[in-house]
Design a protein around this ligand. Sequence first.
Ligand SMILES: *Cc1c(COP(=O)(O)O)cnc(C)c1O
Length: 235
Amino acid sequence: MPEDRALELEQRLRAVQDQIGTAAAASGRSADDVTLVVITKTWPTSDIRILYGLGVRDVGENRHQDAEAKAGELGDLDLTWHFVGQIQSNKAARIATYADVVHSVDSVRVARRLGAAAHEHGRVVSCFVQVNLDDEERRGSRGGATADEVDKVAAAVEDAEGLVLHGVMGVAPLRGDADEAYRRLASTRSRLLEAYPTATALSAGMSGDFVAAVTAGATHVRVGSAVLGQRPALR
Ligand SMILES: *Cc1c(COP(=O)(O)O)cnc(C)c1O
């Protein structure tokens, strides 16, 4: 029943917003400093319309084909589309045609391709450099630039006409300490800020750890299942 779904989404959304507000206040920040990006992967556009009705304007996807289709179907809504998944460089040009914000720029090659396509379409795409937070032997599994690549990727974003450097993004390691990982991410942001004073944003935190991320200074949290429920199936 659509009304039941609407009620369910409203309750979950308000609960997540409350927790963000509480965590922000506890670290002396305003809830307005934290953008909740609702990750809608695997969920239908009807859910996104319900969320829109509840005031959500920032939504994210992690797969190009789904993202492109949903952004197209929902072109009548003034949504901000966030792309958060790993980017194959041959998809970067397409992603630049609909994404407003890309959280997962992790190579110079992807930055250049995104930038060229954004510029060609007269668009400006806001970018996060994804920083790999995994320990050495697990690195590579889930994308992200290593500490010594971050500066090069940031420079490539900054140099690209169609891109604006917004900040850094990280995905907490599957095992291990999210708080520690997010503190490392925050220190990478501080270091980058010296060269790029406008790159103030920090994208961190998913359903399981967004409170820890806000405490560590996240300006963007990417929350899927805590708002939408357990995803129907792994694809
Ligand atoms: C799916 C996804 C999220 C949201 O995950 P949940 O655990 O459902 O909140 C956040 N970030 C990225 C990069 C994702 O792929």
